[in-house]
Design a protein around this ligand. Structure first.
Ligand SMILES: [Zn+2]
Length: 448
């Protein structure tokens, strides 16, 4: 730096010399900063190669077919407990995947027993899951999606509707739109002979909306056998999700003592009263500061107005950003279930049965999952899709696979909102957009 100045022969004043030094240093540091942030934030992907351009232009001609398939499967109710409906959607995808060269096997479901009040059976009978596998060379990819929705057959929200830009109906966002996108991304590769060599497995589970209680073991097994995981849950508002909270659920049943509410009120032990006290304790665990939320979402109980209730039950949802918070919450749940709040003297007539499950660990970002995320965002840019990055309180199966070491990118599905409500909707153009994104992403990852 000194020589420079000497060369001009001018001897600058001491103050100025330091200023110059600081200035140059500052500019230098800023340029370093800029260049590093630029590369980190804006992962640059090579432009589309000939194959990829073929995928993209072929997909441009497939919107009607994709919407037609989505309409067909949306109009089939596949609430998690509607086995016939789930199996029907599974059969449609199994046939489509067979035609693409996948071998199809079914993974057994199971009955998950839960405590219940006499007369109400809350056990969950999960139907089988679909495993579609195709051996190949190179990077092994695990594609995931769920066949079930939250809407039971008796729900009024049953059918597919559309207008020029938007589609509405149970699952268009969560996540039948994503199933169609996943399939058409593979169809695009297959169309140009690019699928044959690839090592791809697809796991379609039937119980995600119940917490993947049966399919978890299969997801974790398959995670160990692959290099990357791709989940086609909704990309709400054109965002890809980087991190997710952990999820837990609990079911508890309070047993009390029935009595005549008029003539023997004192002899009774109201299970509903005890349930109410416990609900207040549970809900008070919510702390937005720490990110923990507890929601008692379903309650039932009692037999008659004039009978002190012998039994009452509830279903609880838990969200937590860090695993330790999840474990601490479980301990607090157990405390609340074991304590009798509603009667000064716990004479043993009140007891509580409970079932607690931290069914999804938090999805914590890793360098590998960030790599997948940035690659997808960069490919999106190549395709003219401005994708954002966000965190979410909602859970997916990607949390399970990432937690056992499989770098997983979830939210590659349709751009939609209103999941789990009768306001569920998705943007029609996102079907082709996301299928393009995924076909290029799969093509590039498989070649690594
Ligand atoms: Zn979902």
């Amino acid at each position: 730096m000194n020589t420079q100045h000497k060369e001009t022969g001018e001897l600058p004043s001491p103050g100025t010399h330091t200023d110059h030094l600081l200035l140059t240093l500052g500019i230098f540091l800023i340029s370093i900063l800029l260049s590093t942030t630029m590369t980190a934030a804006e992962n640059v992907e090579p432009s589309l190669d000939a194959d990829e351009q073929d995928f993209v232009s072929w997909l441009d001609s497939q919107e009607d077919n994709m919407v037609a398939l989505l309409e067909r499967i949306t109009n089939i109710n596949s609430g998690s407990l509607n086995q016939a409906g789930v199996d029907e959607v599974a059969a449609i995808f199994s046939e489509e995947l067979r035609q693409l060269g996948f071998s199809i096997s079914s993974l057994p479901g199971e009955v998950i027993n839960m405590p219940s009040c006499p007369g109400s059976d809350y056990s969950i009978d999960v139907t089988e899951h679909v495993l579609a596998s195709k051996p190949g060379r190179g990077t092994r990819l695990l594609l995931m999606g769920h066949l079930d929705t939250v809407f039971p057959p008796e729900s009024p929200f049953q059918t597919f509707r559309r207008n020029p830009d938007m589609m509405y109906g149970p699952g268009v966002a969560d996540m039948k739109g994503g199933l169609v996108i996943m399939l058409y991304a593979l169809k695009a590769l297959n169309q140009f002979g690019d699928l044959q060599e690839k090592a791809i497995t697809m796991l379609l589970n039937s119980d995600e909306e119940m917490g993947s209680l049966s399919s978890r073991k299969y997801l974790e097994q398959q995670a160990q056998l692959h290099d990357y995981g791709l989940v086609f849950e909704s990309s709400s508002n054109d965002n890809l999700v980087r991190q997710r909270k952990g999820l837990g659920q609990a079911r508890f049943v309070v047993h009390g003592l029935a009595s005549h509410a008029g003539s023997a009120h004192q002899q009774g032990r109201s299970a509903i009263k005890e349930l109410a006290y416990k609900i207040v304790e549970l809900e008070s665990m919510t702390d937005y500061e720490s990110g923990i939320t507890v929601n008692v979402g379903v309650i039932s109980g009692g037999e008659a107005r004039n009978t002190v209730a012998p039994c009452a039950e509830a279903l609880v949802d838990l969200r937590y950003p860090e695993i330790q918070q999840g474990l601490d919450s479980v301990a607090r749940f157990e405390d609340i279930f074991d304590t009798v709040f509603s009667y000064a003297v716990d004479s043993g007539e009140i007891s509580t049965e409970s079932w607690i499950n931290l069914h999804r660990p938090p999805k914590i970002a890793t360098a590998e999952s960030d790599y997948l995320l940035e690659k997808a965002v960069a490919i999106g840019r190549l395709l003219g899709q401005q994708l954002g990055i966000t965190d979410s309180g909602g859970g997916t199966d990607g949390s399970l696979t990432q937690a056992v070491g499989l770098p997983t990118l979830d939210s590659l599905g349709s751009a939609g909102t209103g999941a789990h409500s009768n306001r569920e909707e998705a943007r029609i153009s996102s079907l082709v957009e996301r299928a393009k994104l995924s076909s290029v992403l799969i093509h590039r990852l498989a070649a690594e």
